[in-house]
Design a protein around this ligand. Sequence first.
Ligand code: SF4
Length: 349
Amino acid sequence: MKPDFYSFTLPKLEQFLEEIGEKKFRARQLFKWVYGHKITNPELMTNLSKDFRDNLNNIFSFELPEMLFEKISVDGTRKYLFDLGDNLSVESVLIPGSGGRLTLCVSSEVGCNLACKFCYTGKQKLKKRLSAGEIVAQYYQVSLKLPEDLKVTNIVFMGMGEPLDNPTAVFDSIDILTDSLGFCLSRKKITVSTSGIIPMMPLITKSGTRLAVSLNGSNDKVRSEVMPINKKWPIDQLMAACQEYTDATRDKVTFEYVLLKGVTDSIEQAHELYHLTKRIPCKINIIPFNEHPNSGYSRPTDKAVDKFQNELIRLGAHVLRRKTMGRDIYAACGQLTTAQKSSNKELPV
Ligand code: SF4
C-alpha cells in the first residue's frame, strides 16, 4: 500500500524522500503545493521535474477521506462525517464564535476506551487510533469546503477519542498543521484536551499548544464515578501535572467541568472546585450536560447552572459558561459518536 502523504511531517518527508533516492528539498516543494496552494494533482506542480511529477502518484496516496455528510445546526454549527474505510467513520465539528472565530473540533480516535460516563463517544469502544493524515485531513477537507473569505482560526482536539492515547499521530498532525510552508496555524490557537493521562501530559507542554483538562469532578469519589481514569491517576496527581504545565509555559489551563444534575452541580462542589484549582493559573469552562440516549444523566436547570457559576464567580474564579452549540444535530460537547455507522471491530486499550 502506498504511504499516505498527509501523515508525513516535513522532517519525516525529507527522510523518506532521501531513502527512496529523491532530493531532500523536494519535501519543501511538496509541502508548499499540497498545503500552501492546496494542490494535490502532481501534474499541476509545475516546478517539479517531469519525471518526479509523473512518479508522484506511484509514491504517495493523495486521497483524502471522503466527506460523507455535512449537517448544519440552527445556530450555524456544522458537523461533518468522514469515511475512513473498513466501515469506519469519524466526526468533526466546526463552531462559529464571536469576532470571526471559527473553531474546528477534530477527532483523534474512532470510539474511546476511557469510557467517561457522560460521553457518547465513550459508549463506543475504541475501534481505531487515527493516523496523523486522518487528523490533518479533517482540517484540510473542511478548509476546502469553506468560502475563500472564511478560515478556520482555532483547532481543538476535543472530538472523538483521547488525544494522549494516540500521541504520535496527534503531535505529528500538529507539526503538519503548524508548518510554516503549509497551513501555518499558530500553536497557541491549538488546544489539546485530555481526560488526564498524566505521563503523557508533558508532550502537550513540549508541543507549545494549549492544555485543556476534562475535570468533571471536584473530588476523587465523584470524579472516579464519572471518569474511570481517575482511579488510575487521581486528582492530586492531575493538579500537579497541570501546575507543571503552567510553570513551564506561563499559559493558563482550561478546566472543563460538565454539570450533571444531582452529581456534579451542588454548591459544595462549586466550593471544592474553587479550592482545587485556585493555585493554578486557569479558567473553568462549565458545560451544562448535553443529553444523549441512555446516558443516565440529566442536564441541570438554567437556574441551577447560574447558581453554580455565580458561586464560583463570587469566590473569585475565572469561570465561563460554555455556550451550547450544535445540540440539535448531536454536535455538542460529549455528543459525538459514529456507533451506528462503524464496524464492530474493537481494539484493545
Ligand atoms: S470524554 Fe474524551 S476521554 Fe472520555 S470517553 Fe469521551 S472521548 Fe474518551
